[in-house]
Ligand binder design. Structure first.
Ligand code: MLC
Ligand code: AMP
Length: 506
């Protein structure tokens, strides 16, 4: 099997290259033959700009067919693909560019002026633009490039991508993913989930995260299948296009929103092969409701940016509501005591630790942080709590890390607290996740205002706009006289979560 990720994809292209790879909701289509040509031109462009093997290409654009080709071209060129959420503010982008030192940054045309300033300040040598409709300098610049490109020589252990994940201290870490990590996971998922060239996936996820970029796209490429490529999730569009699809991947919010659509029926979904969920807990209730409505048992799996996908409910066999299934072939899972690392007995709740070819190489330029999150025998400490039942099914029971997952996006409270505490109106703050009917969890800030400062929720949220992407900003701010603390002076977040558990229930 080829080591180079793109070679692996190429080996699995359908025999007939005129077969569709991407279909867009406006009726457009891109076939497999075009992948080679378009990524070839882009890879030549990257080399002509001086991008060399191992250099980073940072990308903050809207989801589009061209943006997906940038990913594949970066891999062919031997570069390290670094996607960024378009919701990130300029301040957030500054950190990523400063940390990753990319050789090329591709941004939206409307951000060009602001990003030019940043690029100059941080010494990023090349800036290009790409708009959602293929507008901007990138597409123009690639037009004059040759189609033929000889893929850079890359091995199993070379980096293909860096994806930033926030940390408990509020400082984001770049997870380094190798060609071998991504190839092995694509191969396992294709096989385990029965993907073939006949599959057509409804793709409504963003492509700057593991889920939409690797789990969905790489698995389809590994199977030589196709995707209906939607710019974003829209329940009405899903209902309209579902008859043309065979499968779908989504975060739980997708499935909860679809269940709220009367047109989402057993008849509409009867031809579907598979619905897969992940990135956040799918409640057993939603699993059961979905099954009762459609006859389909959603297949829930578990993973994270650092490890790709690691456990899955079976394709054949019982998909247990509330469980994330078994370790995928080639990977191991164990449950350990968080502090000592000692393996726990079957059924006991502890931290989930994993190892396998899918587990990342480490955090970019953070050897100490990397060392802290691995045990001496190579197992990665996920920070998720769980247990394994007598049948071997893995269950997620909570998180040891102080993390909120809203609609499948991760938010680290420390980052929001740091931004809040920097405001003159705030004396101190505690940020918690509270159950939310649509997003699963929503960000709530509990704030002790500075002396004499107004208790105004909207002013406070607005004051965060320059620092924090919208999805990280609190949905609600609650003012208190004092934050509850234990004898050690630590804020009692558990008590706060209990106090405000009903904030969003109708
Ligand atoms: C959007 N908003 C969010 C949000 N998404 N706020 C909190 N959490 C989110 N997830 C903001 C918008 O900016 C907007 O702000 C407001 O919420 C209302 O937006 P909306 O129109 O209701 O949201 P929508 O655009 O429909 O997006 C919701 C969503 C989207 C769930 C469809 O967030 C989404 O596609 N999530 C998928 C995330 C994902 O792919 N995660 C994978 C991570 S990888 P305002 O105030 O301006 O209106 C991973 C590993 C693994 O975890 O295991 O897979
Ligand atoms: P990210 O860092 O964005 O990749 O998010 C990874 C985190 O998402 C994991 O550490 C889990 O906490 C969570 N996650 C992913 N899949 C599931 C799932 N099926 N059930 C519960 N949590 C999940």
């Amino acid at each position: 099997m080829p080591n180079h990720l793109f070679d692996y994809f190429r080996e699995n292209f359908p025999d007939e290259l005129a077969t569709s790879f991407l279909l867009t909701p406006d009726g457009g289509a891109v076939d497999y033959a075009e992948i080679e040509g378009r990524t070839g031109r882009l890879a030549n462009l990257f080399h002509s700009l001086g991008v060399q093997s191992g250099d980073r290409i940072a990308v903050q654009t809207e989801k589009s067919v061209d943006a997906l080709f940038v990913y594949l071209a970066a891999v062919r060129a031997g570069a390290v693909y670094l996607p960024l959420n378009p919701a990130y503010t300029a301040g957030e982008v500054r950190y990523f560019l400063g940390d990753a030192e990319p050789a090329l940054f591709i941004c939206r045309p409307e951000d060009e002026a602001a990003m030019q300033v940043l690029a100059q300040e941080l010494g990023v040598p090349n800036l290009l633009t790409l708009g959602a409709d293929g507008d901007g300098g990138l597409v123009e610049a690639m037009a004059g490039q040759p189609v033929e490109f000889s893929d850079a020589d890359r091995g199993e252990d070379d980096l293909a991508a860096i994806l930033y994940t926030s940390g408990t201290t509020g400082r984001s870490k770049g997870a380094m993913l190798t060609h071998g990590n991504l190839r092995s996971n694509a191969e396992v998922l294709r096989t385990y989930w029965g993907f073939t060239s006949k599959d057509r996936m409804l793709h409504a996820l963003p492509i700057f995260h593991t889920h939409g970029l690797f789990v969905a796209t790489n698995t389809i490429l590994a199977a030589g299948g196709s995707m209906i490529f939607l710019p974003r999730f829209d329940a009405g569009e899903i209902v309209r296009l579902l008859p043309q699809a065979t499968c779908m991947m989504g975060v739980p919010t997708f499935y909860m929103r679809l269940l709220a659509e009367p047109a989402f029926t057993r008849e509409l979904t009867s031809h579907m092969r598979l619905f897969i969920s992940g990135s956040a807990p799918l409640s057993a209730e939603t699993h059961r409701e979905f099954r009762a409505r459609t006859g389909h048992a959603i297949l829930e799996r578990y993973g994270m940016t650092e490890i790709n996908m690691h456990t899955s409910n079976p394709y054949e066999g019982e998909r247990v509501p509330g469980s994330v299934g078994f370790p995928l072939p080639g990977g191991e899972v164990r449950i350990a005591d968080l502090e000592s690392g000692k393996a726990l007995d079957q059924g006991d709740v502890g931290v989930i630790e994993v190892c396998g070819p899918n587990v990342f190489k480490g955090y970019w330029r953070m050897p100490e942080k990397t060392a802290e999150e691995f045990r001496s025998d190579g197992f990665f400490i996920t920070g998720d709590l769980g247990y394994i039942d007598a049948q071997g099914y893995v269950y997620i029971a909570g998180r040891a890390k102080d993390l909120i997952i809203a609609g499948g996006f991760n938010i680290y409270p420390a980052e929001v607290e740091n931004a809040l505490d920097a405001l003159t109106q705030v004396a101190e703050s505690a940020v918690i996740g509270v159950p939310h009917p649509d997003l699963g969890e929503a960000v709530v800030a509990v704030v002790k205002a500075a002396d004499g400062a107004p208790h105004d929720e909207q002013i406070l949220i607005a004051a965060l706009a320059d620092d924090l992407a919208r999805f990280k900003q609190p949905r609600r701010v609650v003012f208190v006289d004092e934050l509850p603390r234990n004898a050690m002076g630590k804020v009692q977040k558990k008590a706060l979560r209990e106090d405000y558990a009903g904030l969003f229930s109708s």
